[in-house]
Design a binder for this molecule. Sequence first.
Ligand code: ADP
Length: 434
Amino acid sequence: MSIRKKLLIMDTILIFVLIFISVYLMTYVSTISQNEILKEDLIQSVLNISNTLVDENGNIDIAADINYHNDDIYIAVYKKTDDGEYFITGELPSDSSTPSFKNGDIKEVDGYIYYDYYINISSRNTTYIIRGIKCNTTSINTMLIVVALIILPLLTIASIFISFFIFKNALSPITKLTEEVNYISSTTDITKHINIGSKDITIKSLEESFNQMLDRLNEMFKSEEELTSDISHELRTPLAVILGEGEYALECDDNDERIESLKIILKETNKMIHITNELLEFQRMKNHDSIILEKNDVSYILNEMLIPINDKNIKLIKNIEENVCFDINETLFIEMIQNLLDNAVKYGKENGTITLTLKNNIITVSDDGIGISEEDQQKIFMRFYQVDKSRSNKNSLGLGLSFVSEIARLHKATITVRSKLGLGSKFIIDFNKH
Ligand code: ADP
């Protein structure tokens, strides 16, 4: 069942119940107030009769000419004795009973309301009871019921129609949204964004969530595409070499040359394995949104780090604030810093100096090596980008810095580079936002 139908049914039931409850309450309140009026009338009539019967000297005149029956109210006078109460005068409804007497008491018995009022006549040493009786005519307001019976179905039908249009209008953005999503998924063009122009906050945030999801999917597809293209691009050269050397080895008669070709084939195959492993590792990391971070003594980890053995006589100087702890993934963190230190050695100058510092949650790795031009500084973090292949060693793939920037991203840290050609480079990782 559609949401619209469900809402419509719920709304109709709700309105029906509300109208029913209001009619019931109105009837109940009207009955109570009618009853109160009846009682007040009765008391007033009894008091009037008692005033007429008893004169200012306190004597009672039972024989007085009094109308004991007026407007559904009957008055009867009783004399109270030790043996009971005796009817003296007045009028009683033909079918009324004689419930027990009590001064000031008002009670309802068999459809009649009774009110007793005692008068003590001290001169006669007698107590008279004036009893008022009124038929309890309070009834459910039939007019109200009739009106309710006509109005109840009419209001319910009207509410169904009104609700139908309200819900249709309210749910139309969702219908539009569904159409847009269906359209996008049918075209497979996920670069599109959803915009149905609704001003409703809920719809807008739903739209935003959809668009964020599309962006994320788009990014993932793009990254997969890039990976495929990178793999084919990077593997093309070693494959061409393997093919050429293989053909040559087959045709060649010289055993030494054949062995040489096989060695080259082996070397290129190893290179291909290295490339695919590195790429898969990189992709695995890129597809991570988060990694497990734990509080670590970063100062201690940095103090333990070394530069690779090199023949350039490069020195490592450390300026590290003591006892600095923050959340890191130790393995990836070490891989990131080690990559920067390796590069600093690779592109450092003979007898040069590398400085590793930690201050205010900022780590810097600087060298006084060949430096990077401003134009290349924009590109060095891209996958496979190498400023000058001849300057990198044979195992270099141009993946190191893209690894470093991915690891920084996963730590929610930022990485920047400052460099001047011929003067050196400084890589800055800022952990303050993480
Ligand atoms: P590679 O495997 O080529 O070192 P990287 O991704 O680590 O790949 O670096 C990309 C490029 O950035 C390198 O080819 C190099 O030209 C340049 N580069 C990286 N670090 C430094 C540095 N400390 N000094 C000068 N150039 C650097």
